[in-house]
Design a protein around this ligand. Structure first.
Ligand SMILES: [Zn+2]
Ligand SMILES: [Zn+2]
Length: 70
């Protein structure tokens, strides 16, 4: 199981229109699943390991990531 160090994810989350949200994009360009602290999923600083120099301090919603859309 991925992200065992990350607090529980709220995704996938189904919208009223039928689409399924699997993640959210931050203004830094990384996903919400890359932002976390020890208490809350998607609330802390960016920990995207593929972007080690990302200094985003806090998740800020920019867009949804939908199931089946990459
Ligand atoms: Zn960010
Ligand atoms: Zn980032």
């Amino acid at each position: 199981m991925m992200g065992s160090h990350n607090p529980e994810s709220p995704f996938p989350k189904k919208l009223p229109d039928g689409r399924t949200v699997i993640d959210e994009i931050c203004t830094c360009g990384c996903r919400r699943s890359h932002h976390w602290d020890s208490l809350a999923f998607g609330q802390g600083s960016c920990r995207q390991e593929d972007v080690p120099h990302c200094n985003c301090p806090k998740f800020t919603f920019k867009d949804f990531v939908f199931l089946g859309v990459t």
